[in-house]
Design a protein around this ligand. Structure first.
Ligand code: SF4
Length: 317
């Protein structure tokens, strides 16, 4: 029996040590249908994104190690096992070579990549590319620049985020892999662990730790593995982000229109294929605070009780 331990580079940035251990041990992974579809859509879009890159003037060496070429399986030997690597592509335009990975993302993920950059917003991708780069460097390729080529699945916006290969990052990943390879039993989650990753973990059917309660303030809340609920919470969080983004856009637009249209006394105008009409709204508002102060008995006489649920979200580590 072959006991040689293997870890895929695409896994090395997994936040939970325990999930990494299961992966190395070859435990059965159960992937939700939704996750499989997301993965498949990404694969289908990859050649399309490559063709867009080429249209933009990039030279793209895609899957330079294709399945007919034995160089396809890059690997790094570390103490206790092997890390395997399968880079997406190497791109170049004017300067040197850039090792790139293609990712399709939802709007929230895409916006955080643009705002914060790969290393902060998607460190697992930076880890993956760091391993690929080291494997290429050990084969004699000169790779310093790394990039995530991202496509926003909501609106087809593209974005390339560049960052530099960091030897220290590779050393930390190598140490992590060696530590996982050396384990003989399932560890705790490790210091990178974040509770949300249990919801996407293919090993949750094996793992008892994800069922542990989480402390939020003084309360202890249980963890669900109901994927429908996890998706709904994720959706609610996305919708809150979108509301916030929409409010920011609207405020930005109104500031310009107040200055350039309203304050100039313009009542309507055509802008491109849209017509803007300014309608003055007059409204009256009941000052409930003053009313309560002046006539508290009257207010309580007409007060009707009703109840509803407000969903609050808190990020936990
Ligand atoms: S279910 Fe959670 S704690 Fe368990 S292995 Fe997966 S990510 Fe780690």
């Amino acid at each position: 029996m072959d006991n040689h331990k293997v870890l895929r580079a695409s896994r090395i940035g997994t936040l939970c040590d325990r999930a990494l251990f299961y992966s190395v041990a070859g435990a059965e992974e159960i992937t939700s249908e939704k996750s499989q579809r997301i993965f498949e859509v990404g694969k289908v879009l990859e050649p399309v994104i490559v063709s867009w890159l080429r249209n933009d003037g990039w030279n793209v060496k895609r899957n330079m190690f294709d399945s007919t070429n034995e160089e396809m399986s890059l690997s790094l030997e570390v103490a206790g096992g092997t890390i395997t690597a399968h880079p997406d592509c190497i791109i170049s335009r004017e300067g040197g070579l850039i090792l790139a990975d293609i990712k399709t993302m939802n709007d929230r993920s895409f916006r955080s990549l643009k705002r914060d950059g790969t290393i902060k917003s998607h460190p697992q991708y930076a880890d993956q590319l760091t391993i690929y780069a080291q494997a290429l460097r050990e084969c004699g390729h000169s790779i310093e620049q790394l990039a995530i080529v991202a496509l926003n699945k909501n609106n087809c916006e593209g974005y390339i985020d560049y960052f530099t290969f960091e030897p220290e990052r590779y050393e930390a990943l190598k140490e992590r892999a060696e530590r996982i390879f050396a384990l003989n039993e399932t560890p705790e989650q490790g210091d990178r662990f974040q509770t949300w990753c249990c919801g996407y973990c293919g090993y949750s059917h094996l793992c008892e730790l994800c069922k542990k309660d989480t402390a939020v303030g003084d309360e202890s809340v249980p963890t669900t593995d109901n994927q429908e609920v996890i998706d709904a919470v994720e959706l609610l969080s996305e919708s809150r982000d979108m509301e916030k983004a929409a409010k920011e856009l609207s405020d930005e637009a109104k500031a310009v229109l107040d200055r350039e249209v309203h304050q100039q006394g313009i009542k309507s105008l055509r802008a491109g294929n849209l017509v803007l009409i300014l309608n003055e709204i007059k409204s009256s508002r009941l000052d409930t605070t003053a009313l309560k102060k002046a006539h508290p008995e009257l207010v309580s006489e007409f007060m009707k009780q009703s109840s509803s649920v407000r969903y609050d979200l808190k990020e936990v580590a």
